[in-house]
Design a binder for this molecule. Structure first.
Ligand SMILES: Cn1cnc2c(O)nc(N)nc21
Length: 280
């Protein structure tokens, strides 16, 4: 199981770690640490040195209550970072965006994957993703970040809701000419979901293997951990390492995290158990 990502071959026959690079002033966990270009590059360099297989660059915060940014603002934030990550670090870069213009421009700059929390639902996004030829992560979210936590009730079980949604988005991608083999799936933890539903969905994530596509998991520093353990955002690493180990056993293949080094150890340790042998 591997993905062709703009010249990089991402081997997903074993679990990998994706480092988060927020270039948003209001990102919920790093206080916009990566707001400056040089800081962003230093941050990315460290995450790659720590074992990240790729870097996820986001110019618009998707945390609950986040305010949308203009296309121009998003392009200004992400393009210089993507360009230098690719040209100076030779990094495999994922672009965290729902904006078709940002998809097109960052693909031109060498981004290797599209990570869309809106599963290509925005006008023009399917076409932009199809034209890019890049792999695409489809994530479940109901509503929009600024209001999604106001109503977290679902008529059906959360796992049925997510399966139905992802099946529809896969079909939309195939209809738009995006080959199924280019897709990754993500349950969207923390996006319009209660704590109980996040935990229930996590416990049942293996059900998503029915689609036979790689699973991407993003729970790093999220309120799912904070609410379960009563921990502030800066004290959620241990909780996420526990979640990560569980998801390695359940077959997830990509982990989108802020804390790369400890997560690489957790992934490698859990994987060594499943393989009954070390992998370093
Ligand atoms: C951008 N972003 C924030 N949280 C995320 C998650 O859980 N998954 C993916 N794919 N992207 C996310």
């Amino acid at each position: 199981m591997s993905l062709e990502c703009a010249g990089h071959l991402l081997d997903l026959s074993r679990p990998r770690v994706m480092g988060i690079l927020n270039v948003t002033p209001d990102s919920f966990s790093d206080g916009g640490r990566s707001a400056t270009l040089d800081a962003a590059l230093r941050n990315a360099e460290q995450m790659l040195a720590d074992g990240a297989a790729m870097i996820d660059v986001g110019g618009e915060s998707t945390r609950p209550g986040a305010t949308p940014v203009s296309t121009e603002e998003e392009l200004e934030r992400v393009c210089p970072v993507v360009e230098r990550l690719v040209s100076e670090l030779g990094a495999l870069v994922s672009i965290d965006t729902s904006n078709p213009q940002v998809m097109r421009e960052t693909a031109r700059l060498g981004a290797g994957m599209i990570n869309d929390v809106r599963a290509l639902n925005r006008d023009g996004a399917l076409e932009a993703a199809a034209d890019s030829g890049l792999p695409v992560c489809l994530m479940h979210m109901r509503g929009e970040p600024d209001t999604m936590q106001q109503d977290t009730h679902y008529a059906q079980s959360i796992e049925q809701e997510v399966r139905t949604f992802l099946a529809a988005r896969i079909a939309a991608c195939e209809a738009a000419g995006i080959a199924r083999e280019r897709l990754l799936l993500d349950p969207g933890f923390g996006f319009g979901k209660s704590l109980q539903d996040n935990l229930r969905l996590y416990h049942r994530m293996a059900q998503l293997h029915e689609f036979n596509l790689p699973l991407l998991i993003g729970t790093s520093r999220k309120s799912m951990i904070g609410n379960a353990l009563g921990r502030a955002v800066e004290d959620r690493l241990a909780g996420n390492l526990a979640l990560t180990a569980l998801a390695v056993r359940d077959g997830a293949r990509l982990f989108r995290v802020h804390d790369v080094a400890p997560t690489v150890d957790a992934v490698d340790m859990a994987w060594a158990v499943l393989q009954e042998g070390t992998i370093r």
